[in-house]
Design a protein around this ligand. Sequence first.
Ligand code: UT7
Length: 335
Amino acid sequence: MEAIKLNQIGISFKGSGSYVPNQILTNQNISKKVDTSDEWIKSRTGISERRISGIGENVVNMGYEAALAAIEMASWDIDSIDLIILATSTPHDLFGSAPSIQAKLAAHNAVAFDLTAACSGFLFALVTASQFLKMGSYKRALVIGADQLSSYVDWNDRRSCILFGDGAGAIAIEATNEFNNFIGFDMKTDGERGSFLNLPFNNNIDSIINNIDFMNGGFSPIQMNGQEVYKFAVKEVPIILNNLFKKINYSSEDVDWLVLHQANQRILDSVGERLKIPKEKILSNLEYYGNTSAGTIPLMIDEAIRNNKIKQNDIIATSGFGAGLSWGAALIKWG
Ligand code: UT7
């Protein structure tokens, strides 16, 4: 690769990949466990089924498969990868799972670390990786979003268990002096509303010896105030995208594809309406995968690229949102 000139560094989107477990959990299956129905779930969320990790599957092997497919599309030598960021809230090892993906890929020249921002995680990781590239620190980065929420869902809570599934996606980005396809971004968090969606530490108190207590490791299942998260998403996502368009002199009419975090079809429709983006430009695959947290955005982008929907130079507006609360938006041109 040629030397990069620091004052002209742009980002190029070179490849995508994704992976979902084979095991399918349908709405009918869930209705055998909790008091719900296919009709209720479909009409309130748009979801028909979701994938559940098989025994031995985790974010490392899901992320690895997605990463490998992205590297192949990008036609990269493994040794040329400088940076791997894994967005996940469900690491296979709390000390970090990205280095295990690095090891499986044998990407010996890359530094790899995890980033946690729940359903905004992929977007935050993409922005983070792009900053390393734009500063000239690294040239090639792999951004992975992978989550295995099935391990943390309360499968007896019908208000939340219907939403989530497991999956992973990855995008390969590269620094270039020729153009900049990472057109703009914005990120936000509001910890004061954090209690609307949590996967909290379980605070189980135990004793090491007499009078020395400690809190045993472990997490409680997902706790969610669905209505509040819904209201947050349909309000904040159009605002952050509209503000981004204004900041970079774009309009929603310039957008070829709207790729939102796949949380609920009603959220996608409402955001699309508020932004005046027609339905045929709003990509959706949540019918088959549900909400895979950090996985949804790259999973959706990869599917659309491989189905020849997203093409070279198409403008993609994307937004991730969820626990934290956190949300973000980015405008990119594919290629
Ligand atoms: O990444 C972000 C992750 N989180 C989200 O995206 C969550 C966003 N929120 C949502 O998607 C929606 O709020 C839900 C799909 C979770 C719930 O839909 P809703 O239209 O907001 O339903 P609701 O909570 O207002 O509940 C309406 C009724 C209630 O019954 P009553 O009190 O009216 O008699 C619930 O008990 O539906 C009942 N209900 C269900 N019924 C059948 C709640 N869950 C179910 C269920 N099956 N699974």
